[in-house]
Design a protein around this ligand. Sequence first.
Ligand SMILES: Nc1nc2c(ncn2[C@@H]2O[C@H](COP(=O)(O)OP(=O)(O)OP(=O)(O)O)[C@@H](O)[C@H]2O)c(=O)[nH]1
Ligand SMILES: [Mg+2]
Length: 459
Amino acid sequence: MRENLSTWNDTIVALATAPGLGAIAVIRLSGPKAIEIVGSVFSKKSLATAPTHTVHYGKLIDGLETIDEVVVTLYRAPRSYTGEEVIEISCHGAPFIQDSIMQLMMHTGARMARPGEFTQRAFLNGKLDLTQAEAVADLIASNTEASRQTALYNLKGGFSTDLQLMREKLIKFSALIELELDFSQEDVAFANKKELEILVGQLQFKTQSLLDSFKLGNVIKNGVQVAIVGKPNAGKSTLLNAFLNENRALVSEIPGTTRDTVEEYLNIQGVLYKLIDTAGIRASTADSIEQMGIEKSKEKILAADIVIALFDASITTAEQIMEWKNDLVGAHKIIFVGNKIDIGVDSSLTLDTELSDLIFIAAKDKENILALENALHQKVIGDGIDKEGTIVTNARHVASLKRLLYALNDIETGLADNVTGDLLAIDINQALHYLGTITGQITNEDQLDFIFSKFCIGK
Ligand SMILES: Nc1nc2c(ncn2[C@@H]2O[C@H](COP(=O)(O)OP(=O)(O)OP(=O)(O)O)[C@@H](O)[C@H]2O)c(=O)[nH]1
Ligand SMILES: [Mg+2]
């Protein structure tokens, strides 16, 4: 309960409706700053002085950008579900809108609620008795277990076992340090500080990788940048048009047609892409405008998340592709695509086993575009930043991971500063607690926490 006591006074936020696509979603905030937080990003300034049980229509604004038009319902303490100030934001149901609003609330000072935390607060504020609270838990139990499992499943891809293992080691250290404290008069050292340092380093690395994978999750939300690059006349503009199903970019048989980049957004299999058609790159051109286009293409290659390296399969040899591969190596996620298979495919390309991952298309006839779309999807979803394929998309996990990282950094500094065992033990316990919230173990034996952990977030 230590943590609860220190955090009871903060403002929590969670999605109250089921996650996923719906017509409308409700995001709920509870805590002393609920009205202030929402008021600071709401277009109607009257919120701060509005009476309890009132409904307000307006826009949620992040800097200059309007996120959504919403309806805000305001409850003042103690006349609310939790007994605290409560705001319910009804927004449009698109997951990315829900997520943007959640992020905005967290940037503005709210904290992601733990499962059951709304009801836990209601209980602690005398709004419900324990049997009532448990009845609520029962009601939602079927849902809860499933969504808890899903969340866990998401995090399990190899990482969870690693984290688990390290958690056990950390527990061992914490026990040894406690032992040291018991024997403090005797000046004995049970714990090997060097080993602890290494372990903490590993944990920091894992935690950071998981946090990085959330950035990938954000990339998925904001558009994965895909640059289509290759020699003049390879068919890059034709490919962009094939993706879009319209004649967006100028196509001609004259090499060097595309001078400036052409960019379009496209949703493929639920992922948003920003497709970028670039000027064909060739070694030398007398045309200064084409040269500027080429320079811009090179910039786009560097900035892109994924590069489609397009070539004319009818005239390109395996040797040329291998050379190109070496040029681009390590820089990006690259998909090599042979175009114009309706004319022919150079035999060296199909014979070379090292080139078995080539994709062959005929952009002009829109042939095999689906295979390319699948390959893009695979690069984004199946081959995330973190090698184990775990992508953290859940803002609650991000919150836990960030806290874990802070706790680990504290241990690291503590070790470097040679702090006393009892201080070290406090930091280790903090880290263990957050590790537990990530891997799903209940580190806090407190019965209340156990009961409320059975709830889903937002309840
Ligand atoms: N036969 C055949 N021709 C194609 C195919 N795709 C593109 N072409 C032709 O190839 C020529 C060049 O196409 P573009 O799409 O302009 O090529 P690009 O790579 O954008 O060229 P630059 O902008 O000059 O770098 C055009 O005449 C297209 O019609 C294809 O799949 N098969
Ligand atoms: Mg072009």
